[in-house]
Design a protein around this ligand. Sequence first.
Ligand SMILES: Nc1ncnc2c1ncn2[C@@H]1O[C@H](COP(=O)(O)OP(=O)(O)O)[C@@H](O)[C@H]1O
Ligand SMILES: [Mg+2]
Length: 360
Amino acid sequence: MTNKKAEYRKDVAFINRQKELAFLEEYISDRPESILFLHGPKSSGKTTLLYKFLEQVGKKQDLNVKFLNLRETFTNVYEDFLKTFFEVQKEGEKKENLETNINVGFFKINSTVEKKILEKRADPFKVMKAEFLKLNKKGVKPILVIDELQALDKVYIDNDKERLLIIALFNFFVAMTKESHLAHIIISSSDGYFINQVFTDSRLKKTAIFYKIDYLRKEDVTEWLLNLEKYSKIKAYKLSTNDVEKIWDTVGGSMWEIQDILSGLFNKALDQVTSLYIKKIRNMIVDYVVKPGKMEIEKLLRHFIDHDELSKAQIDPEEEKLLRDMVRQNILYYDPTEAKYYPQGRSFHNGIRVYFSPES
Ligand SMILES: Nc1ncnc2c1ncn2[C@@H]1O[C@H](COP(=O)(O)OP(=O)(O)O)[C@@H](O)[C@H]1O
Ligand SMILES: [Mg+2]
């Protein structure tokens, strides 16, 4: 039987990331010493990069990867966390993806252990540690990847809401890396405030590496857009250097938005697509700003007409509250390692400018 791959008029591109992939490869070739935190604005390519990385190294090395994408799972009670981290395996069943060594189902346990964990008669962290020990003994490197970890931010282990799960997890991660060197722990998050909590915790700061995954650089965007057939399998149209310039000016290196523009170009002219795009972002800002405190919000946004960033040192606590909400709503991004606010990509920067001067 021959498998024919489905053909679409446009494919999902994967551009460059050599530097990031090399960094990750280096991280896992050292003995586990520290937790790795990948951070960066929403849609900056963290998840895609992680999958690409694991696909590449999984073929070459003896790894056991447990990949958990918390955005895809519902987790706000402790039992949900247990169900996401542990998977009950029936006898004789084998569900691992042998080709890549990536298992998304997580720590495999039998139903007796599950019962014990749920009844709080067994410690889930001990179960995880035992699995890491077992893998190390076999000469396999365990890698635990948790995508969008902030989803667990408000989960308590106990009914009295005294023991925060995230604290217990961090203690466990520190023990697995810095103290016993049993597993590599890679964590990603788009939530700058969450990363900030971690970043300002002195113990974690000492045991973690922070690495920013940003949008693509201009040269990568240029390479991509001048070679659409090669990277995106687009045959219906070609772009000129002027067109590339225009797309860069509109959305910068934000891949998701570039793909959106590319889709629009199948039936509209570039100028029309880009101006509709900025209008859309402007309208999102209009919608966001209509609320009590509008004047204060506008005052903060006005800063970005002429500036790329706003430093935390320049603001007061009242302003911080407003900025925090703008970060939560993905209008701005907060970079904890630099203590700076930025508009969420070039499109939002443009949207803010157009909001204040609709004529331009
Ligand atoms: N290196 C890349 N080249 C081209 N497109 C990419 C690349 N990395 C990610 N993308 C695209 O960008 C979008 C967002 O990526 P994603 O990995 O989900 O971001 P994040 O996890 O940071 O929110 C996806 O549509 C993805 O296909
Ligand atoms: Mg993601």
